[in-house]
Design a protein around this ligand. Structure first.
Ligand code: SIN
Length: 319
């Protein structure tokens, strides 16, 4: 029997990794300009692998939206189903990479690797970091130990649940918090540092693919001298209607420290909850998780605020 030749599919979505300083004002650049096939020029392909390239989107990831996520989910699903596909690499902007990573893991929980990578410098910078990150991501996607949704940046392999952008300009911009990185890539060699428990997909992929919009969930930060009027205005259906916006179905309160809330935010959140809005808590701390407790007035989610927002959106869609 002839062995099936293995393939890595690279899906381009834009970001600084595809950015160009050429044509921008001095010291600036435009994200999402260079097509994915040009990003791969000169990048080492792991032995025994062929590449297939697909431009799914070309955006600055600050503008990520449901339509792009739907296109990406569809592309991932159809490629992962093919026997000859060893894994996927997704080029993505750094700014919302953690949200896309969490969503793909929650909805697909793939056994094959889906590796997101990125860059902090544009593709035409003399010291661009994109080519190295892309080569590392390909090495991870080809590695027999790789599974699930991963992020690869600056030689680090981070899990979809923990990955978080922590620095606005450093090349090594991401962290995994106290959970720690899953592995690292050094001189093209992949080293695994810890296992991850397997997870199951949430079972709402079809609903997300068919949805014209996800339930509206907003994040509110608790801080010193806070005012409850912000929460009241957010959940007021007449305000939403005046702005032709969907009514708010859920709130993520990014609390202080262990998820505590300013008394004004807490009182307003109680009013919102009484009006039928789902309210959950996360923490504004960059590290450490909230421990959910059975008697939580506003359930705590052990995720950062932007991932907790996605989790609540998916839960509202499912129920
Ligand atoms: C983006 O997120 O698309 C722009 C910023 C970056 O990739 O670093």
């Amino acid at each position: 029997m002839q062995a099936i030749r293995q393939k890595i599919v690279v899906l381009g979505t834009g970001g600084t990794i595809a950015g160009l300083a050429r044509g921008a004002e001095p010291g600036r650049y435009h994200a999402a300009r260079k097509p994915v096939d040009e990003l791969l020029a000169g990048v080492a392909v792991p032995a025994g692998m062929t590449l297939q390239l697909e431009q799914v989107a070309q955006i600055d990831s600050k503008d990520m939206d449901l339509a792009v996520w739907q296109a990406l989910l569809q592309a991932c699903q159809s490629h992962l189903d093919q026997a000859e596909v060893r894994g996927l690499v997704i080029t993505h902007g750094t700014d919302t990479l953690e949200e896309t990573a969490w969503l793909l893991q929650a909805l697909l929980a793939p056994r094959k690797p889906v590796v997101l990578t990125c860059a902090m410098r544009p593709a035409d910078a003399p010291d661009a970091d994109g080519p190295r990150n892309l080569a590392d991501a390909l090495a991870v996607a080809a590695d027999s130990g790789a599974t699930g949704v991963l992020a690869v940046c600056a030689g680090r392999i981070l899990g979809a649940r923990e990955v978080q952008k922590l620095h606005s300009s450093r090349l090594d911009a991401f962290g995994s918090g106290e959970a720690g990185d899953i592995g690292r890539v050094q001189a093209g060699g992949v080293q695994w540092l810890r296992d991850r428990p397997p997870s199951q997909p949430l079972g709402v992929l079809d609903a997300v693919l068919a949805a014209p919009a996800l339930p509206r969930v907003e994040v509110v930060l608790s801080h010193a001298s806070a005012c409850g009027a912000t929460v009241d205005a957010l959940v007021d259906p007449e305000t939403a209607a005046r702005h032709s916006a969907a009514p708010v179905r859920g709130l993520v309160l990014a609390g202080t420290g262990g998820g505590t809330l300013h008394r004004e935010i807490e009182a307003a959140a109680r009013r919102a909850q009484a009006a039928g809005v789902r309210v959950v808590r996360s923490t504004r701390c960059a590290d450490g998780w909230l421990q959910p407790r059975a008697d939580d007035e506003f359930p705590a989610l052990p995720l950062n605020p932007v991932k907790a927002r996605l989790a609540l959106m998916l839960d509202l869609l499912a129920h």
